[in-house]
Design a protein around this ligand. Structure first.
Ligand code: 7PJ
Length: 274
């Protein structure tokens, strides 16, 4: 996959995407990396640990989170993107649903737009991605971060999410986005109960029918906490279990906080099932 000149090879090994939140209120690491130098140091560490992508986000999408203004989001992410792009040979994704933030982030050195609304949050997003030649991650969400956990319901969660992603892919391609620059993601935890998340993972291989690279984000999420009865600081092992399972059932990219443990687990799982 060629994302604005940066090549992401999606056939050999699983890629680990490291989460770099530059928000004061993210649910597990909010407030830690607001300072640019600190954010850069954390990115360097995660790349040294084996991450091949870094996902930079300036707006928390945790359940109930308040939206932030475009200026605030830009002030948070642009200096960090510039610093990471300058210092590291890594694929950078910008976690945003706002076209203006995406456009400026791409100009600052990002390669991929990670849009949790799958281009539905901003009417300009599709054309920005198409014009810039960026890669795009189309994630499924039911509702908005504010409303998504209010008793979400599906007829068949896997079929419903798959159908929605298929429509998102069609919309993206109709907007002029190159078919080979699209990654899909069922959006674990975004408008889903613990049972829905488990069902999505159990039947993950059904998403292969979309014929797109598949990204999965389970890291430290509350369904792991619910099953293990553990707080967010104690969910590494639960996350690693889901990462190994996801790789064995078709994931190409895993989005995580705890890079070292998940890179080792991914390499081992690759050796077993690729
Ligand atoms: C995801 C994401 C995910 C993609 C978040 C968290 C909540 N982007 N952004 N997939 N999750 N593509 O980090 O737990 O699962 S924010």
């Amino acid at each position: 996959m060629n994302c604005r000149g940066k090549i992401l090879t999606l056939d050999g090994r699983t890629h680990v995407m490291a989460i770099l939140n530059v928000t004061p209120d993210s649910f597990s690491d909010g407030g830690q990396y607001l300072d640019v130098q600190q954010a850069l140091n954390h990115a360097k560490l995660m790349v040294a640990e084996g991450a091949t992508l870094v996902d930079i986000g300036g707006e928390s999408s945790r359940p109930g989170a308040s939206p932030v203004s475009i200026t605030e989001e830009l002030d948070r992410v642009l200096p960090v993107i510039r610093a990471v792009a300058e210092a590291l040979d890594v694929v950078i994704s910008i976690d945003t649903s706002k076209a203006e933030v995406a456009e400026k982030a791409l100009a600052a050195g990002a390669h991929i737009v990670n849009d949790i609304t799958a281009l539905r949050g901003d009417p300009e997003m599709g054309s920005i991605v198409a014009e810039t030649g960026a890669g795009v991650i189309l994630m499924h969400i039911k509702g908005t971060p504010r409303t998504m956990q209010h008793a979400p319901q599906y007829e068949d969660v896997v079929r419903d999410v798959c159908t929605s992603l298929r429509e998102s892919v069609q919309y993206a391609e109709a907007q002029g986005i190159n078919a080979e620059k699209i990654i899909v993601d069922p959006g674990i935890g975004f408008g889903k109960t613990t049972e829905h998340n488990i069902e999505l993972l159990k039947r993950l291989s059904e998403f292969r029918s979309l014929n797109k690279p598949l990204l999965i984000g389970t890291s430290r999420k509350s369904f792991i906490g619910n099953i293990l009865g553990l707080p967010v600081t104690e969910r590494v092992e639960g996350t690693v279990a889901t990462v190994c399972w996801a790789i064995a059932h078709g994931a190409d990219i895993v989005r995580v906080h705890d890079v070292k443990a998940n890179v080792r687990a991914a390499l081992m799982t690759d050796a077993l099932c690729r």
